[in-house]
Design a protein around this ligand. Structure first.
Ligand code: 4AD
Ligand code: MG
Length: 482
């Protein structure tokens, strides 16, 4: 039987008793002090070895990265830095680790280097802390929705539809690429493909979530989604996890309230449950920023920034109001934006989103009622409004400091005739989407939902700056390693 005590639990365990621990050596100091980590928490357990009574050959095998099984007595620590330590009575080497070739040394490695050895980076403090914070967020999401009687729905990963209508999809096929079956006109005949039609990896589970919401009331999906966009940025992944709630009878305002409540709950949940990991990540950020010019350093600490988001309501304003602010902003007038804002209808770039959040309002922002032409076909069409230059839809994007868009959502177009007209205008094939349109044919109701980019949330909460550092094995253009 495995009688191992997790290191997390040993710090509060009664002393003068014997325990078995297992983990990996972080450091071995003076042939005497082993810092042992088992991933259950940030802290290492100090194991004291009375080196005179141990075989020198065994001590030589206690190297950084080696896996050990240790039995010993827990005692109040003599030294500084820890309250208890384990006095080793039995040491088994479970797995040797040759320090000559082990890539992780007991020193600070750059995040770029760690990305190249992503298969080993779980063993660093930074990645283990991020992984535990991520677990807390993952659990927190399920808790938040479960407590509110939402039903989790599994959307398919292989689909025949393009939910966002953006066409940036990875194709799924078992056809022989060198010799695909052809139709008379020379195009590929997908009738002979595995599913009897062309299929792709899903870009969003929303359409399926809508089907479920119009029966179960309140649902959410949470799973991997895929985008074949060639975005080589610190905020884009080709494979990321999205959480998408969908609620019958909700309008845009209910949708904003739900999203804001959820984000605040999750931030508080991490503050309450990840104290040590957040403290570590906060210090990491401070150290990291010391290398940057003063102007680029953040004014707040990591936890300061998280608490700040909880303190006040998010700023809510329409796209039209935002365009006015951006048009008259100093960077726009001085030509500092890469994409100058000259007219209503322009899509907002991340530089604009960040200006609104970080410079103008200095808090999270919810932008609503975007021009219909820059948003997806399923968003509810607004009534024309005086002073607004063109047709808008009941969209909402939530913008966060340092991140930009963290959530995108909308109230959905529940009126069949208006939806069909919009699909026609946007060249979305209505025949293929008949199953989706049935929701509007049989007992349609107002409803709304949104998508949270899970890694973007993790990025924000951990204070990391590159999304490739908050997912174990990032997929992006030119990279599918590990
Ligand atoms: O704004 P998006 O494209 O919205 C949808 O897919 C809707 N169907 C959601 C809904 O209403 N149910 O994506 C939603 C969120 C974005 O706000 C962003 O946080 C994240 O998903 N996201 C990405 N995260 C990482 N890498 C990418 N390439 C991302 N694209 C979107
Ligand atoms: Mg979006």
């Amino acid at each position: 039987m495995n009688k191992r005590t997790k290191i997390k639990n040993i710090f509060n365990a009664p002393v003068e008793m014997s325990y078995t621990v297992m983990g990996w050596v972080r450091t071995f100091r003076n042939n005497q002090f082993i810092a042992l980590n088992d991933g259950s928490c940030l802290a290492n357990l100090q194991v004291v070895v009375d080196f005179e009574s141990w075989d020198a050959a065994l001590l030589k095998r206690i190297t950084t990265g080696a896996a050990l099984h240790i039995e010993g007595k827990l005692i109040a620590s003599q030294g500084k830095g820890q309250t208890v330590e384990l006095k080793a009575e039995k040491i088994d080497i479970l797995g040797d680790c040759d320090p000559e070739v082990f890539p992780l040394q007991p020193k600070k490695h750059s995040l770029e280097f760690l990305r190249e050895i992503a298969h080993l980076r779980f063993r660093t403090n930074t990645f283990s802390a991020i992984s535990r914070v991520k677990q807390t967020l993952f659990y927190g999401i399920h808790k938040f929705f479960n407590d509110r009687d939402f039903v989790n729905v599994h959307a398919p990963i292989i689909t025949g539809s393009d939910a966002e209508g953006a066409g940036e999809m990875f194709q799924v096929t078992t056809l022989d690429m060198n010799n695909p079956p052809k139709k008379e006109d020379g195009s590929i005949n997908y009738k002979d493909d595995f599913f009897g039609k062309a299929t792709n990896l899903t870009v969003s589970g929303q359409l399926q979530a809508e089907l479920a919401a119009l029966a179960l009331g309140s649902v959410y999906t949470f799973g991997p989604t895929f985008r074949a966009e060639k975005s080589n940025t610190t905020r884009h992944l080709a494979e990321f996890w999205m959480m998408e709630p969908e609620v019958a009878f909700n309008d845009l305002h209910d949708n904003m309230d739900l999203a804001e409540d959820m984000l605040k709950f999750l931030i508080q949940y991490v503050l309450d449950n990840c104290e040590d990991d957040l403290a570590f990540l906060e210090q990491r950020l401070i150290d990291d920023e010391k290398t940057k010019p003063q102007a680029e350093r953040s004014e707040m600490t990591l936890r300061g920034k998280l608490k700040f988001c909880l303190a006040e309501p998010f700023q809510r304003l329409t796209y039209t109001e935002a365009i006015e602010i951006l048009k008259n902003s100093t960077p726009n007038k001085k030509g500092k934006f890469q994409f100058p804002i000259d007219k209503w209808g322009a899509d907002l770039q991340s530089e604009h989103e960040r200006y609104l959040v970080e410079k103008h309002f200095k808090k999270p922002v919810i932008l609503t009622n975007y021009p219909a032409d820059i948003k997806a076909f399923y968003m509810r069409q607004d009534d024309p409004k005086e002073g607004v230059a063109g047709p808008t839809v009941s969209a909402m994007d939530i913008l966060f400091p340092g991140i930009g868009e963290i959530i995108g959502g909308s109230q959905r177009e529940e009126r069949l005739d208006l939806l069909l007209r919009r699909m026609n205008e946007m060249h979305i094939p209505a025949e293929e989407m008949s199953w989706f349109l049935d929701t509007r044919r049989y007992g349609t109701v107002p409803h709304a939902g949104f998508g949270l980019g899970f890694e973007r949330l993790v990025l924000f909460v951990t204070g990391m700056t590159n999304i490739r550092d908050v997912i174990p094995f990032p997929r992006f253009p030119g990279n599918a390693e590990f």
